[in-house]
Write a protein that binds this ligand. Structure first.
Ligand SMILES: C[S@@+](CC[C@H](N)C(=O)[O-])C[C@H]1O[C@@H](n2cnc3c(N)ncnc32)[C@H](O)[C@@H]1O
Length: 258
């Protein structure tokens, strides 16, 4: 993703409007409220904050102690234009960065998919070290290989996850998954069909990998709104759904840190 300037430009333009981002931002904020009630002064870090849509959303919701980290100069430039408190840093260096700073909540959305196990384990350990006792890690991730499509190629994703990938990793690091869901269940079949169709087109040469486009584009307003409503209703009605192109997890530190 780092270096894909056009993707950061699209992200910056659309993350406040596109149904998928709106739904994710709301899901994160609902999680923070569930865990911390109305405390808006909790310390929050967005690790791999991109162009800052999540931070901006939380700022609008009244959260005051926000910090972002990203390794992309394009993303950091947008965050600074938005006057968001961000630091440019390769997350592989996180273990050595401000070791004294600890957070109540760390958000890490759609970042782990850029890390092989060799780098992911140290990253998760470094995030763990930055959490206060009882602090939470909130992380959205792309899920199930069956959903791989041209979006993955366009944004350079190298892997997709299932829940068991995280369950093992977290328990080995003194953390516990307290909530998880695949989403959007209601939209999973159309998304799956669309992605499989894209893969077929790539396989038979109707589409070229170099021309792959990400899913970050705005549909017509009525469709964008309808898709948002569907995910919103799903979120209200079901705490957990078993299938979808994303996996949302909430992880808490064990009382005695390791
Ligand atoms: C798909 S974007 C997600 C951005 C944001 N979390 C969101 O939900 O919109 C992935 C982000 O991870 C950042 N990233 C990937 N690898 C990184 C690394 N090694 N160090 C720092 N940032 C990294 C990219 O620059 C990009 O902003």
């Amino acid at each position: 993703m780092i270096g894909h300037s056009e993707e950061f430009e699209k992200m910056a333009r659309l993350e406040g409007q596109l149904w998928w981002y709106r739904s994710l931002h709301k899901r994160v904020e609902t999680t923070l409220r569930k865990q911390f009630g109305d405390r808006k002064t909790i310390k929050i870090l967005d690790a791999g904050c991109g162009t800052g849509g999540m931070l901006e959303y939380l700022r609008k919701k009244g959260y005051t102690d926000l910090r972002g980290i990203d390794g992309s100069p394009d993303a950091i430039a947008v965050c600074r234009q938005r006057n968001l408190p961000v630091t440019s840093l390769n997350l592989n260096e996180l273990a050595h960065f401000e070791p004294h700073n600890q957070y109540d909540a760390i958000i890490c959305n759609d970042v782990f998919c850029y890390f092989t196990d060799t780098d992911l384990f140290p990253l998760v350990r470094a995030l763990r070290q930055r959490l206060k006792p009882g602090g939470i890690l909130v992380s959205n991730n792309n899920a199930f290989n069956a959903f791989e499509g041209q979006h993955d190629i366009a944004v350079g994703v190298i892997r997709r996850f299932v829940l068991s990938d995280f369950a093992k990793m977290m328990s080995g690091m003194g953390m516990r998954i307290i909530d998880s869901t695949y989403w959007s269940f209601a939209l999973s079949i159309p998304i799956l069909l669309m992605r499989q169709w894209q893969r077929l087109q790539l396989a038979i040469g109707w589409r070229k990998a170099e021309e792959a486009q990400s899913d970050v584009y705005l549909p017509t307003p009525w469709l964008n709104d309808t898709l948002y409503r569907i995910t919103e209703i799903e979120q209200k009605l079901f705490r957990r759904t078993p299938f979808g192109s994303s996996l949302f997890i909430v992880v808490i530190t064990d009382p005695v840190g390791r």
